[in-house]
Design a protein around this ligand. Structure first.
Ligand code: FMN
Length: 381
């Protein structure tokens, strides 16, 4: 299978599966418990239909949006994801470069494998820095200061991961960082020697956002212990309010799902909320962001930027979310499979396809700009 054979999400997924050792593919592809929420994320888009208008003069289509003060050339962005260097040796460099080429935002994860300073230096397109709240308040402040010094525009605090999700595929393969594979997992690596050669002949695996604070690479701490031991489950709205004030710039919360929480995010001065269930990787059985979107937009959409992610595989999924009032839509696995399949050219091809699909969809909907999409164009079954 070659990159030119990849025409949609499923093709990229198949190619990634062929290239990656099973445990790494399962880390991307898997989700929590029975993976119900993960499945529902994509299914949720099928519960409604687009109702197009015709003959509206759509010679020129402007699909740009402004979200949390950042102008994006298209209404999707690359949501922060961990450990990209494991999926392809180019890791975050590939994704950030592809996002910059398509004029959209890149989310740097605090569990990323390239430093936020390097990514900020390389591209002047919008970046968010995603982080978790640690028990050590000094560490939280140090991370914010580092982001400020690097010139990060938007801070993104992920609030749905107060403890790690139950990813049973990882338990079965023994996937963890550092690697502690069981026999079956090791066999899977042996079956993909080209991945291993690639991994071993490139730069050493690092977690530069955390290296100074946590001995992850040296083996003292695993990612799952990081979640259970270093993050603070007592995190409260008062703590976040203090952080928002301390940052005194654009700040958003990723993983808000209830109307109450959306209102509180407005009250403490956040610029955006991302409705998200972490790609189904945290609380299985939780609602799909798309299903929850209208309720949240109605409650706070005039006071804060409402964004969503989860299960997006098509341009028409994006059009449906925008029609309900989302300001932009985050992509996760949509760009991770192409990264694993082919590095930067893979991510570029996926973003190009998404751009084309959105543009074609807008033309077929009779819309020349994103603000013309509305609930009038949508019917639920
Ligand atoms: C492999 C993987 C790693 C992820 N790592 C992070 C992370 O470090 N921080 C975070 O806030 N979200 C993380 N996410 C969640 C994504 O940012 C996003 O919310 C989710 O992938 C959206 O669902 P989708 O994959 O169906 O598009 C991760 C998702 C995946 C698949």
């Amino acid at each position: 299978m070659r990159l030119c054979d990849c025409h949609n999400f499923h093709d990229f997924r198949t190619m990634a599966k062929r290239r990656l050792p099973g445990p790494i593919f399962d880390y991307i592809d898997g989700a929590a418990d029975d993976e119900t929420t993960h499945r529902r994320n994509s299914e949720s888009f099928e519960r409604c239909d687009l109702v197009p208008n015709v003959l509206r003069g759509v010679g020129q289509v402007d699909m740009s949006v402004t979200v949390m003060g950042q102008k994006l050339a298209m209404p999707v962005y690359c949501s922060p994801t961990a450990l990209q260097r494991l999926f392809h040796h180019e890791g975050e460099r590939a994704v950030a470069a592809a996002a910059a080429k398509y004029g959209t935002m890149f989310g740097v994860s605090s569990l990323g494998t390239t430093s936020l300073e390097e990514l900020r230096r390389r591209h002047d397109t919008p970046q968010v820095y995603q982080f978790y709240f640690h028990k050590d308040r000094g560490l939280n402040r140090a991370m914010m200061q580092r982001a400020r010094d690097a010139g990060v525009e938007v801070m993104m605090l992920t609030v749905d991961s107060i403890t790690g999700g139950n990813r049973e595929r990882d338990l079965r393969t023994g996937f963890s960082i550092p690697f502690r594979l069981n026999l079956a997992g090791m066999l899977q690596f042996a079956l993909k020697p080209s991945w291993a050669v690639n991994y071993l002949t490139h730069e050493r695996f690092r977690l530069p956002q955390l290296d100074a604070h946590v001995d992850m690479g040296g083996g003292a701490m695993s990612i799952s212990r990081y979640f259970t031991e270093m993050l603070d489950p007592s995190l409260s709205w008062d703590d976040v309010a203090e952080m928002v004030q301390h940052w005194s710039g654009r700040f958003c919360l990723k993983g808000v799902m209830s109307v109450d929480d959306a209102r509180r995010a407005v009250e403490i001065g956040c610029s955006g909320i991302i409705l998200s269930n972490h790609g189904g990787r945290q609380l299985d059985g939780s609602r799909a962001a798309f299903d929850q979107l209208a309720e949240i937009v109605d409650a706070v959409g005039d006071r804060i930027d409402v964004i969503m992610d989860g299960g997006v595989q098509r341009g028409t999924h994006v059009l449906k979310a925008l029609s309900l009032g989302a300001k932009a839509v985050g992509l996760g696995r949509y760009y991770l499979y192409p990264l694993a399949a082919a590095g930067q050219p893979g991510v570029e091809r996926a973003l190009a396809k998404m751009r084309t699909e959105i543009e074609r969809g807008m033309k077929l909907m009779g819309c020349s700009s994103v603000d013309q999409l509305s609930r009038a164009n949508l019917r639920f079954r």
